[in-house]
Design a protein around this ligand. Structure first.
Ligand SMILES: *Cc1c(COP(=O)(O)O)cnc(C)c1O
Length: 451
């Protein structure tokens, strides 16, 4: 017993009323949580609640309730985020969101699955055969294909397979940094290739390539300058001219666009580059393709075969979850990435008006406004995607960002812009709910209303 009130007359020391841990743990709700979350997480929640009671923040009899309220709802820390930035492929927000089909495929593959098993014969099957078939049917110009963990791995594997200890000829205008300080030339060098830089930052000609090619050449590397544009006095050599050189041409296209998209006029696609004469094209799975993180290698059969048999291919092998999600992405008629880029202006405007009206009715200073989105993720630099957003007071930015799910907008000229391009229409309700929550906690903390 912790109850000790023999000193009648004196006010009882409330802290002595705090229930003991083993006593609190007998609570049915906490016992159930121990099964779901494990004993440590529950114990931590109880200790935290006891601490709050000791500090006088909650009454001792509320310890069990407070511990239940403090339990984590999940064992993992990654959460769904509502992307109201208007940037379709936001690297900080996980790049491409998966389609419903890809999510269902992930779930199917999450247990035992026939990833490398042929149920018809009862024998070993080719790993990811369905995914590869889906990939090749989307890129008929590729003789063969292989999938690794990401775009960088695809390029590294190509270097290891065809240019280990040999020269990789690359234009100085294409020596790009892809993000977070990672640079293509350093990747090539780390994979064992020797860089043979040619041309200048703004201009490289076919004669520069011709002069550089020799007995030590592994391949010519063409890199799509995916995240910036050079304007003015510039020249680079297109694939169809490089294809005329007597050398293997590997092309890092980055974005993973498989076929031309008229909305992205300057964005090259794998099919076109192969038709233009690239021998091998590397690309990402989670940029414009709209799938899981993956790296694609597509092109000539003999090159893909060599890549596939390289020892490092095993170190970069994709798991069953990627295989499942990528195949579903490839077979689905569209992807959330494509849908967001192609979102109808009218529908966005309609949603923005409805959402703004709903918020105004709750006393928020909200209005629909035109908003310019971007593709992002190092794709289609400079391309403006005209769309619609709801503007709300800037003070809502922090409560919305720190809510659950976090809602991430853009702050511009003292207001918070919630761009609806990448927000699932079903999540418009979540935005209303989050604003209501922000307003009610504001009201209870007695600060001025937001309108
Ligand atoms: C994004 C990108 C990469 C890296 O691909 P990841 O899938 O992020 O590893 C490489 N090259 C180019 C041109 C890119 O745009």
């Amino acid at each position: 017993m912790t109850l000790d009130q023999r000193d009648e007359g004196k006010p009882p020391d409330r802290r002595r009323l705090i229930p003991r841990t083993d006593h609190v743990l007998e609570d049915d709700r906490l016992a159930a949580a121990r099964v779901r979350l494990g004993p440590d997480a529950v114990r931590r929640a109880v200790h935290a609640a006891q601490e709050r009671a000791r500090a006088g923040h909650i009454p001792p009899e509320s310890v069990a309730d407070a511990a239940v309220a403090a339990l984590p709802s999940k064992l993992w820390t990654l959460r769904k985020v509502i992307n109201a930035t208007g940037v379709v492929l936001h690297t900080n927000l996980g790049r491409a969101p998966l389609s419903r089909a890809a999510v269902d495929a992930l779930v199917d593959a999450s247990g035992y699955t026939d990833v490398e098993f042929d149920a018809l014969t009862g024998e070993r099957g080719r790993r990811g055969a369905g995914m590869l078939e889906a990939l090749l049917s989307r890129v008929p110009d590729a003789e063969d294909g292989h999938v690794v963990n990401n775009g960088a791995a695809a390029l590294a594997l190509a270097v290891a397979a065809f240019a280990s200890g040999r020269e990789v000829v690359i234009s100085r205008g294409e020596m790009v940094e892809i993000g977070d300080g990672f640079r293509i030339p350093e990747l090539v060098a780390a994979a064992g290739g020797r860089l043979k830089e040619i041309g200048t930052t703004n201009r490289t000609h076919i004669s520069d390539y011709a002069q550089a090619i020799g007995g030590a050449t592994g391949f010519v590397l063409k890199v799509h300058t995916s995240n910036f544009r050079v304007e003015g006095f510039t020249a680079s050599v297109p694939i169809n001219e490089l294809a005329g050189l007597d050398v293997t041409v590997v092309a890092d296209i980055g974005s993973g666009l498989l076929a031309h998209d008229p909305l992205l006029p300057s964005e090259p696609d794998v099919g076109s580059w192969l038709r233009d004469g690239a021998d091998l094209v590397t690309a990402s799975g989670d940029k414009l393709l709209g799938g899981p993180q993956a790296g694609l290698l597509l092109g000539k059969h003999h090159l893909v075969h060599k890549v596939r048999r390289h020892p490092l291919a095993r170190a970069m092998r994709v798991d069953k979850l990627t295989i499942a999600a990528l195949e579903a992405t490839l077979r689905a008629p569209s992807s959330p990435t494509r849908d967001a880029i192609h979102a109808s202006d009218e529908l966005l405007q309609e949603r923005a008006s409805t959402l703004a009206d709903t918020l105004v009715a709750r006393g928020v200073d909200a209005a629909p406004i035109p908003s310019t989105g971007r593709v992002g993720g190092g794709s289609a630099p400079g391309l403006a995607l005209g769309g619609w957003a709801v503007q709300v007071p800037e003070q809502l930015a922090t409560p919305l960002r720190t809510g659950d799910p976090p809602i991430i907008g853009r702050i511009e000229k003292g207001v918070l812009i919630l761009d609806l391009r990448c927000v699932d229409a079903d999540d418009d309700r979540e935005i209303v709910r989050a604003v209501e929550t922000a307003l009610s906690s504001r009201a209870s903390s007695d600060s001025p209303a937001c309108t």
